[in-house]
Structures are given as C-alpha cells and as structure tokens.
Design a protein around this ligand. Structure first.
Ligand SMILES: Cc1cc2nc3c(=O)[nH]c(=O)nc-3n(C[C@H](O)[C@H](O)[C@H](O)COP(=O)(O)OP(=O)(O)OC[C@H]3O[C@@H](n4cnc5c(N)ncnc54)[C@H](O)[C@@H]3O)c2cc1C
Length: 287
C-alpha cells in the first residue's frame, strides 16, 4: 500500500516526554528511543504502526509529509485515563541523491530524532491490523527482524508478558543489527528483553555484526542458518505464527535459509503460501 493511500483524516497530538539514543556514540547509525504521550482518545494494539505528519509540502503538492513508525510498546490498559503512552524506535536516516551524488537527511526521521521533551507532534493511525500477536497462549511465535524491525517485537513481548504470563507456546526471536541497537533492546541479563520468559519456551538470538551481506547483518544470516532446523520444525507446527519485520532485504535471506532447511525452494514457497493462506505469516517490511 502506498503512503498516499493511508487515511490521515483522524489526527492526534502527541507530546514528547523523552528521547534517548540507544546506539553507542561511535555507532555508524543513530537510533533513538522516543517516548510520547497522546492525550486524545487514541487506542492501539501491540504490533501496530502510527503515521507521523509534518506540515511541509512534498514534491507532489501534498501539504503534509507522512511516514510510518512501528509502536515499540504494548498498550497499558491501566494508564488509559491519564492518556496513552507511545514508544518509538527511530533510526536517523539519510539518502543518496542518485543524480547529484550528495547525501541528504531524511526529513521525517530527522524531525523525530531532533524532537525533545515538551515538543508536540501530529500523529495519524494506528495502522497495521494484520501484524498482531496471536491471542492464544498455546501459539508459538517465530519473530525474525533487523534494525528498527525490533520495535514491533518489543511491543509483542510486552503484550505477551502482560496478557499471557503463563504461556506454554514457544517464542523464538532472531534479531540482527549493524548499529549497536542491541545495547538496549538485546537479550542481555537484567536489560530489556532479558527479563522475558523462562528459557524452556523463550529463546532470543541476538546478533550484532559490523559485516553485512547485501545489507543484512552477516551473522543474522549465519545464526538463522545454524538454527534453521529448529525454525523449520517450529513452522511445521500448525500453532506457529511467523513474523518478519525490518528492511525488506531480510526477505531474501529468509527465503534462502528456509529453502535450504525445507530441502528445496519449492517446498519452502509452498509452505510459505500455506502459512499466508492460514494467516500465520505476517510481514512488516520497508526499504
Ligand atoms: C510499516 C512501516 C513501519 C516502519 N517502522 C519504522 C520504525 O519503527 N523505525 C524507523 O526508524 N523506521 C520505520 N519505518 C521507516 C520510516 O517510515 C521512514 O521510511 C524512515 O524514517 C525514513 O523516512 P525519512 O523521511 O527520514 O527519509 P526518506 O527520505 O524517506 O528515506 C531516507 C533513506 O533511509 C532508508 N531507510 C528508511 N527507513 C530505514 C530504517 N528503519 N533503517 C535503515 N534505513 C532506512 C530509506 O531506504 C532511504 O534511503 C517504517 C516503515 C514502514 C512502511
């Protein structure tokens, strides 16, 4: 779906409460964890995205520019009366002009990364009804992501911890980044994701790599390969839901790895089509 096809008529005002870098100072990219509060009657579900609007005409004459961002937390039902808290995980982007060869700052990500406590933003949405955690605690979750693709998985884990504290379903998180993003979101004891679940059901494979292969952290590829048998076995279980999030380049790596685990690309593609038809495959990919 193209950005201009999103309904942006319903708007909300959000006030930034904090903005902290979650990448090391010397990291190649800057990623910030931004917390904001919406006082209007805004409701969302774990895994959904919001639109951030900037009143700045674009090249097509639209008065606003809009970009989507995954909400990196789950709704807290207890805080509804005092407003709704939204957390984002935003990478400061830039792009290379193919004609001039010059590098320009991405407009919306820089606008967000430059926002500080007390600033107000205009939001639309939420969007993405299809990227949601299964309601059954019996369901297995296989989550695979890169970079800021961690944001919806963080929301899923918050939701599962809160809504399904005793869950027999298996949870697997394969996550790779080349930015040092795991410093805060990784499965390090006593930090964010380290607190989730007993090891029997939850395994997080955090991968940090400077080397990349076609834009995908090389070690994500190798860790996926090392664990492809486990992932493939989990996929055979009719209770398993697969989620893929982050830069779209990961889709090819996943197809290659699971194609090998399945024995052939044909078997894998047939399985993937079946997962999609049964609504057990969800993607949130962007370029
Ligand atoms: C459903 C959805 C959810 C998204 N969620 C997030 C999110 O949680 N966090 C986030 O930072 N971005 C997210 N994005 C990307 C975001 O919408 C913008 O595309 C991004 O912030 C760049 O916008 P810009 O206006 O700054 O720059 P633009 O001028 O639009 O793009 C600048 C360059 O950055 C590249 N780029 C865009 N996003 C990323 C990224 N996340 N990592 C690495 N390179 C990137 C683009 O390929 C482009 O070359 C999401 C996109 C979609 C479609």
């Amino acid at each position: 779906m193209h950005l201009r096809d999103y309904d942006i008529s319903q708007r909300y005002t959000a006030t930034v409460r904090s903005s902290e870098p979650i990448t090391a100072e010397d990291a190649e990219a800057e990623v910030r964890h931004i917390v904001m509060r919406v006082d209007d009657d805004f409701r969302f579900k774990a895994g959904q995205s919001i639109g951030v609007l900037l009143e700045e005409p674009d090249d097509f004459g639209n008065p606003y520019r809009m970009r989507l961002y995954s909400i990196a937390n789950a709704p807290n039902p207890k805080s509804v009366e005092a407003g709704v808290e939204i957390e984002l995980c935003v990478r400061r982007c830039s792009y290379l002009d193919p004609v001039s060869g010059e590098r320009y700052p991405g407009m919306l990500s820089n606008y967000l990364c430059d926002a500080s406590s007390g600033d107000t933003l205009t939001l639309t949405g939420p969007y993405g009804r299809n990227f949601q955690a299964p309601e059954s605690p019996e369901a297995n979750l296989l989550m695979i992501g890169t970079g800021t693709g961690m944001a919806p998985f963080r929301a899923f884990l918050h939701y599962l911890l809160d809504a399904q504290p005793e869950r027999p379903g298996q949870v697997r998180l394969f996550y790779g980044a080349e930015t040092g993003l795991e410093r805060s979101y990784g499965n390090v004891p006593e930090t964010d994701l380290g607190q989730y679940y007993e090891e029997r059901t939850f395994k997080a494979f955090q991968i940090l790599s400077a080397a990349t292969h076609a834009g995908v952290p090389a070690s994500l590829e190798s860790v996926l390969e090392d664990n492809a048998g486990d992932a493939w076995e989990l996929i055979q279980d009719p209770n398993t839901h697969v989620y893929v999030a982050g830069l779209s380049k990961i889709a090819r790596v996943l197809d290659d790895t699971l194609g090998s685990a399945a024995g052939s690309d044909e078997v894998w593609q047939t399985t993937k089509r079946a997962l999609m038809a049964q609504k057990r495959w969800s993607e949130l990919l962007y370029d």
